[in-house]
Design a protein around this ligand. Sequence first.
Ligand code: ADP
Ligand code: MG
Length: 352
Amino acid sequence: MSHLEQSSTSPQIEFRNVTKMYGSVAAVKDLSMSVGRGEFLTILGPSGSGKTTALMLLAGFAMPTKGDILISGKSMAEVPSYRRDQGIVFQNYALFPHLTVRRNLEFPLEMRGVNATKRAKRVDSILARVHLSDFGHRMPSQLSGGQQQRIALARALVADPPILLLDEPLGALDRNLREQMQIEIKNLHREMRKTTICVTHDQEEALTLSDRIVVMRSGHIEQTGAPETLYDRPATRFVANFLGEANFLASLGTKVCADEDQPPHTVAMIRPERVSIASASDPGHTGAERFQSVTGKVEDMIYAGSLRKYNVRVGGNLLIVREHVASGKQVFAPEDEVKLNWLRSDVRFVAE
Ligand SMILES: Nc1ncnc2c1ncn2[C@@H]1O[C@H](COP(=O)(O)OP(=O)(O)O)[C@@H](O)[C@H]1O
Ligand SMILES: [Mg+2]
């Protein structure tokens, strides 16, 4: 049985109508979700949307005002945080600065009463997994940011908890390091299959790492789905915007917008990479009914190595076009008159 089939039958973590009030502010509002055994779920949302609160409730560092959280079918209402058997990594690593790497890693094992021989074995094994076998004797201050974060991950995993919680784990790292660490986290998840909840405001990180993403907004869930589903079939304007760049076609005129398939209270949206750009004199596509096209004027062209990004003024709108750089492709400059084409079937209708 694949882990996805398992997850649909026996959720390991369940939030049931969980609300957390801070004074009159609902940090989390009527949140219901479940996470399957071995699943990698990311909670994605802007700052203040309730992501950390959801994680703190699960970890037992805060208690729900209403609702319940279950782990393996058991209510956590009476279970203190130290008995929840979860590994946790925070953004600022929080290694003990006065202890060596080895002693940092032994700490969770000592707390659980594991004897010295077993501790040494476990620490060796987890250090090897994060490729830092030779670093056991160092102090945290003698490690780079990326190495510190790998040790923080190792410390969360060393006692072999079934659940791993990550709160903006890569937030303090620079871009290159972040990408390396994403691969490292993905590999660790593939090998160890811990049920993982990761919190981030970084859409690229969420798309890269997750089996499933929960998009949060002001304490509630806006949409849940696989990365591709959320990117390609966003349910709302908020999700469309949060998971990447989006062109909204509402005011382009009836020629483009008139579509008998469009549900009420929705707006038409197309991703920039689904739009192609051609000279205004281009005869257009054959099989024209499958395409929509508009003419406009290039306002900016941004060259980004493998991509060119155009901002094109179409009436009162600015549409974004993203094209892969390839030989033989015509390049346009500001003030050029252009025609934009896209497939009707690439247009999505999202709720306002
Ligand atoms: N301990 C707290 N006391 C009061 N308000 C809090 C506390 N923790 C979070 N909040 C409020 O709850 C909301 C959600 O915060 P948080 O869960 O930290 O969001 P995120 O992690 O998505 O940035 C915010 O409005 C925040 O100010
Ligand atoms: Mg947070």
